[in-house]
Write a protein that binds this ligand. Structure first.
Ligand SMILES: [Zn+2]
Length: 167
């Protein structure tokens, strides 16, 4: 394992611990936005696949998202628990936390439930945070899918914004 990263890049997110994490890290306290992503492909990539891609292909130091939701498992990444700026939405990385769902049109009930619980936990502490969708921040991004957008707009209508932010 020589040459491998010393620090754990991600770990299972424990919802009962999330509120303590949120209270601990300035990054989360000060950032106004929650940005929702999916991976844009139908294959449900594991977090390890995405982390490897972000490091080896995109050249990021760590996986770019703060939270990653696979089908059955939810992870928090080092970006969240060590208060490191994310790499997931150009122009917004300094002002957001990024949550990504694995998959695109095939998001599962588990994943939507996990996403809701995380958003609920964040809004309980920071009710003013605004939820944005990656595809509204970039001309080339198509995530998350419309079903996810509709769900969020319906359940978090006071916090969510679904309009393009680019010209
Ligand atoms: Zn995205």
């Amino acid at each position: 394992m020589v040459g491998k990263m010393e620090k754990t890049e991600y770990r299972i997110l424990d919802l009962s611990r999330l509120k303590d994490t949120l209270k601990k890290y300035i990054k989360i306290q000060e950032n106004p936005y929650i940005i929702i992503h999916d991976t844009g492909v139908e294959v449900k990539q594991s977090i390890q696949i995405v982390a490897d891609y972000h490091r080896n292909v995109l050249g990021y130091k760590y996986i770019g998202y703060d939270i990653y939701i696979e089908n059955g498992y939810t992870y928090e990444t080092i970006r969240l628990y060590e208060n490191i700026i994310g790499a997931h939405a150009r122009g917004y990385n300094n002002s957001s936390i990024g949550i990504c769902l694995s998959g695109h049109t095939n998001i599962s009930a588990y994943q939507m439930d996990a996403l809701s619980k995380i958003i609920d936990a964040i809004l309980q502490i920071y009710p003013y945070k605004k939820i944005l969708f990656h595809k509204n921040l970039s001309r080339i991004k198509k995530d998350p899918n419309d079903e996810v957008v509709s769900f969020i707009m319906e359940h978090y209508k006071d916090n969510a914004e679904n309009k393009k932010r680019y010209d």
